[in-house]
Design a protein around this ligand. Structure first.
Ligand SMILES: [Zn+2]
Length: 278
């Protein structure tokens, strides 16, 4: 999808939606709130009736609210047992199939845990599975951006460097840039200067497209030395979201900004309002 600015939306159906269990109502609520996009959360399983998927595709198109998606939490491409790796691959493919039916063009997921293995070995395993997934989706004629998430815990695969290397090696792979996780994971990257450093790295390593077609996650966050503890509302967190949005604007970044704060749409609206006034 070609963007002309950042689009703002929520991780899942907005809290203020009348029937929260119905994602079609969620898209209508996004539109009514003046937001731009919505992420389908398959965190606890990839199940959706076909009429819901086609309803989502239709309402998303009619209202001009594009969708993204988030795969299940129980994915680990570095699991000890081969059958758990296989079922992780299946869950990613299943998420891609349903996302595609809904018209979503970008999906994110947490790829793996290190399990105390060497990050290099974990990288090789994740890369292998990503190639399998890409090939199988190709045979199914499904075109979707596979976006391993920049994860918030130091026990999780998904550092900035790992995502960049993976993106260079697997064609349909792109990073899901969770700047709140980057902050929690490293204890750094919370100033305008540091945010622009990251954007420069993305541009240098992956080209202009990395800034013109982004999938971002933002929320308030609390952290300790092991990283991400809890998502918070932005006003309760020290995360410097205003300078991040300024740097994204100054670098003419485009794509999806998904709010994962507990108050979902309130922070999405606050970010959109701030961004649009820049
Ligand atoms: Zn996530």
């Amino acid at each position: 999808m070609a963007f002309n600015r950042l689009l703002f939306g929520t991780a899942g159906v907005p809290n203020s939606t009348h029937r929260k269990s119905n994602p079609v109502e969620g898209v209508k609520q996004i539109h009514a709130l003046g937001l731009d996009c919505m992420q389908l959360e398959f965190a606890h399983g990839v199940r959706m009736k076909e009429e819901v998927s086609s309803g989502l595709r239709k309402i998303s198109y009619e209202l001009g609210i594009p969708l993204t998606s988030h795969g299940p939490y129980y994915i680990n491409l570095n699991a000890r047992e081969q059958d758990k790796i296989d079922s992780s691959v299946e869950r990613i493919i299943q998420t891609a199939k349903i996302s595609d039916l809904c018209g979503a063009e970008s999906m994110t997921f947490h790829a793996a845990f290190y399990m105390k293995d060497s990050p290099y070995d974990v990288f090789d395993l994740v890369e292998k599975s990503m190639n399998v997934i890409q090939e199988r989706l190709g045979r199914l004629d499904i075109e979707i951006e596979l976006r391993p998430e920049l994860t918030g815990k130091t026990s999780q695969f998904g550092s900035l460097e790992e995502l960049i290397t993976l993106t260079k090696s697997v064609g349909s792979c792109h990073p899901c840039m969770d700047f709140s996780h980057l902050f929690a994971r490293t204890g750094k990257y919370n100033s305008y200067q540091e945010f622009t450093e990251v954007l420069n790295v993305l541009k240098t390593e992956l080209g202009d497209v990395a800034l013109q077609n982004m999938h971002l996650h933002l929320s308030g966050i609390s952290a300790n030395s092991k990283g991400d503890l809890k998502h918070l509302n932005l006003k309760d967190s020290s995360f410097n979201w205003k300078d991040l949005l300024r740097s994204l604007k100054d670098y003419d970044c485009r794509g999806y900004v998904i709010s994962g704060s507990p108050n979902l749409e309130k922070d999405a609206l606050m970010m959109k309002e701030y961004y649009m006034a820049l």
